[in-house]
Write a protein that binds this ligand. Structure first.
Ligand code: GUN
Length: 282
């Protein structure tokens, strides 16, 4: 029997732990505030932003929402982020991606102060992650590490294969697994003989953004499979990058979609927000 890794349950556990911690921090006179910036009204982004605001309310973090029109210029957004950098009331800044095409995302990410970069996207956060210095961790990969640890899955010494090399998931995932003493391989669209490489994995992490791409013939018997994808199938049901029904019988543990990796991202964002006040002077 394969273990179903319950991201909903584990993310709730983490949020409850954070909620308790925030109560204690509040009692010590420390409180956190997250600024959430959305440009335009992409419906998917609105859902994510609302979930982030709700999670803040749940664990006891204030949130300030900035809903800007699609027509906002890059200069206007840069000015807002600079203002938030200077605002002592604001501990964390989150600019929801994607941004409209006329705004350079990299420029905006670089404008956020690394001390308020709760997404962990700033080059300073990325550098800190790779050299093992304390800093904000990219939320989805950090959530995957928590899923593995809290499901009793050891990483040390394991063959970890990542499919996908994005800045948001694949690359930071490699850094984090390495930090946990995994043996890490990163594969991508130009990888030759992908199946041969993925079949080496004790832990297979899939973040390619292709619907149900990974079938049983990509997976070693007894592997742990983590699915970062999120799509709609032909019946409009949510599904991942992994063909769950085909792959699951061959795994020792697997994440479902939905209810696997997804809920962990917000839990880890909340952890980063709390981190901004853990170390704050009283
Ligand atoms: N868009 C999709 N995922 C994310 C995320 O983790 N952070 C931000 N800021 N935007 C996103």
């Amino acid at each position: 029997m394969s273990q179903l890794i319950d991201g909903k349950k584990i993310s709730k556990q983490i949020k409850d732990e954070l909620k308790e911690e925030v109560l204690k921090l509040n009692a010590a006179g420390k409180s956190a505030c997250l600024a959430v910036v959305q440009v335009g009204d992409d419906p998917a982004s609105s859902v994510y932003v609302n979930n982030k605001k709700k999670a803040c309310a749940y664990i006891g973090i204030r949130s300030k929402a900035y809903e800007l029109p699609e027509s906002t210029t890059e200069e206007e957004l840069v000015s807002l982020v600079e203002e938030l950098n200077e605002d002592d009331e604001v501990n964390g800044i989150l600019v929801q991606l994607p941004l409209p095409e006329h705004i350079d995302e990299d420029k905006i990410i670089r404008t956020i102060s690394p001390e308020k970069d709760v997404d962990g996207f700033h080059p300073v956060s990325v550098g800190r992650l790779w050299i093992g210095e304390k800093g904000f961790l990219s939320c989805t990969p950090a959530g995957i590490i928590q899923l593995l640890k809290r499901s009793g899955i050891e990483i040390e010494g394991k063959e970890c294969v990542i499919v996908g090399r994005s800045n948001i998931v694949g690359k930071p995932m490699a850094a984090l697994l390495l930090r946990e003493n995994g043996t890490v391989t990163v594969t991508h669209s130009r990888t030759k003989n992908l199946k041969e490489v993925t079949k080496r994995a004790d832990i297979l992490i899939v973040a390619i953004g292709k619907r149900q791409y990974i079938t049983a013939d990509y997976v070693k018997e007894g592997a742990v499979v983590i699915d970062v994808g999120m799509h709609r199938d032909e019946n409009n049901h949510l599904c991942g990058d992994v063909d769950f029904a085909d792959v699951e019988p061959h795994t020792s543990a697997i994440t479902p979609v939905p209810g696997g990796v997804g809920p962990m991202t917000i839990a880890m964002l909340m952890n980063n927000c709390v981190e901004t006040i853990r170390t704050q002077e009283e």
